[in-house]
Design a protein around this ligand. Structure first.
Ligand code: SF4
Length: 329
């Protein structure tokens, strides 16, 4: 459908020259460039799984598993889940090194809700990560309702030793969509958690968003950009809503009650979001990838990570769009 657009030579981007030039030709500020400015070189994330559950899975306050979440709780490499943390770091580091030259790493506590566990356990895990000379920091993925003062103490303590980043699963700022996702927290809770963390710590802060939710409109996308701009965050990660096997969303999809976003609809959302996003917010990724390809039910277009990424870049360039283009202080 859009292939012809991609085969044409992209038009020359003529925007505020400082941004596209700073981003080495990319129409957005990639997290890799941010890391390079912090560490002076490329760093690679080692995703690990140390938690085994989350408030939703435990049914806290009547909560249910998020409608999109599979049994692996967003783990990048579920097959390594049984290994202890040292083994996971060693295995993932080797796997990365087989692909690329890499000598600096961030340990990414990604799956389930790492901060749902006792702080003492996370402290032990940080200590293990710090044993590795080439690990320059940690990234903790969590929910807005799983933070505490003792966690802030830990993060502050380790911020003096290495890089500490925290990524909140905000997903959307639309309350109805949060209910539909069964997240079990409100948008206000996300906003409060981010402000509270920023006030109490010096950690690098980011949030995750999902586009393609039931009932989502363009104004939700623009509002998400505005909310990000007003929050004390340094980065954002974008996902498209996809349907994985054995999830509540899969039941809805198979019953015809959920229609996944098309590639074109998603590309347009990414474009609008980036155009309105503060240019100094680094962007992790532009779309989701199922960690196990055999688990993906729909949409099919999301299965080819690099192709989707390149097509999104081409779409932005073809529309002369770039991050911060319509951002107003
Ligand atoms: S997305 Fe996170 S919070 Fe929701 S069910 Fe999965 S692991 Fe739990």
């Amino acid at each position: 459908m859009l292939q012809s657009e991609f085969t044409q030579a992209p038009p020359t981007v003529k925007g505020p020259s400082q941004w596209p030039t700073q981003w080495q030709g990319l129409p957005y500020y990639p997290i890799g460039q941010y890391y390079k400015s912090v560490f002076g070189q490329k760093v690679y994330k080692i995703p690990v799984t140390t938690a085994e559950t989350c408030p939703n899975r435990e049914g806290l306050r009547g909560m249910k598993t998020c409608n999109f979440c599979d049994v692996w709780g967003s783990a990048a490499y579920p097959e390594y889940q049984k290994l202890d943390l040292r083994e996971q770091i060693l295995t993932a580091r080797e796997r990365i090194r087989r692909r690329v030259h890499a000598d600096k790493f961030l340990v990414y506590f990604q799956a389930y809700t790492t901060t749902f566990e006792k702080v003492a356990r996370l402290r032990e895990q940080f200590a293990i990560a710090a044993e590795f000379e080439d690990v320059v920091g940690v990234v903790v993925g969590t929910r807005p309702d799983c933070i505490s003062d003792s966690l802030f103490d830990l993060w502050n303590e380790y911020s003096h030793r290495f890089f500490v980043a925290v990524e909140f699963g905000v997903q959307t700022f639309n309350e109805e969509q949060l209910l539909w996702m069964r997240r079990g927290h409100t948008a206000q809770r996300s906003i409060d958690a981010i402000h509270r963390t920023a006030a109490a710590t010096k950690v690098n802060l980011g949030l995750h968003l999902i586009f393609g939710n039931q009932g989502e409109t363009i104004s939700d996308v623009l509002n998400a950009a505005r909310m990000c701009n007003d929050l004390p965050i340094q980065n954002v990660k974008l996902h498209n809503m996809h349907v994985l096997k054995n999830t509540p969303l899969a039941d809805d999809f198979l019953a015809g009650q959920f229609v996944p976003i098309t590639w074109l609809e998603y590309a347009e959302r990414v474009k609008l979001f980036l155009q309105h996003l503060r240019p100094d917010i680094a962007v992790h990724r532009l779309s989701a990838l199922a960690s196990r390809s055999d688990e993906l039910i729909a949409p099919a277009w999301t299965s080819k990570k690099m192709e989707v990424y390149q097509n999104l870049i081409d779409y932005l360039i073809a529309h002369k769009a770039f991050q911060g283009q319509f951002y107003q202080r």
